[in-house]
Write a protein that binds this ligand. Structure first.
Ligand SMILES: [Zn+2]
Length: 157
């Protein structure tokens, strides 16, 4: 008998503070299970939990952790959003907003002009042509510009 994704997740949950974490395999900090046996598909635990209660996640949307704990599967700590929401969460959590001069977002770098400080977002096309995506004071806007651009690059196959 093949176990459903939900059964696999719920049998391996542990309370940690206010969160309920998946205690099994992780990928980038997120709990994962393989659904459908050995040849099965790897799925994120928090997405399985969310879908079990709310139904399928629409294309282009993702499930965010309001507790900023990627292993957490507590339904009350999950909410649906888009990439922009997710970026805003991350900046608010102070994980990467550092105007002193570092960014962990690929393609977003701090720049110093003679007179002022700004963020630059850029990308490169397949033919290595540089594309300027953003230039300005707002780190969050710069990240969004880069992430939206990355998503556009992926779309048509
Ligand atoms: Zn949590």
């Amino acid at each position: 008998m093949k176990s459903s994704g939900l059964a696999l997740v719920t049998k391996n949950l542990r309370t940690n503070g206010d969160c309920i974490e998946y205690a099994g395999a992780k990928r980038n900090g997120y709990g994962v299970v393989k659904v459908g046996g050995r040849q099965g598909q790897v799925k994120y635990c928090h997405r399985i939990i969310w879908e079990a209660y709310h139904g399928p996640i629409p294309n282009g949307l993702l499930i965010r952790h309001i507790c900023h704990n990627p292993a957490c599967c507590k339904l009350e700590h999950l909410c649906i959003g888009n990439y922009t929401d997710n970026m805003r969460d991350m900046v608010q959590a102070n994980r990467m907003n550092n105007s002193a001069g570092k960014s962990r977002i690929k393609g977003v770098t701090p720049k110093h002009d003679r007179r002022y400080f700004y963020w630059e977002a850029r990308g490169y096309t397949i033919t290595r042509v540089k594309v300027k995506l953003y230039h300005g004071k707002d780190f969050f806007e710069a990240c969004c510009a880069r992430i939206n651009w990355e998503n556009q690059q992926k779309e048509p196959k």
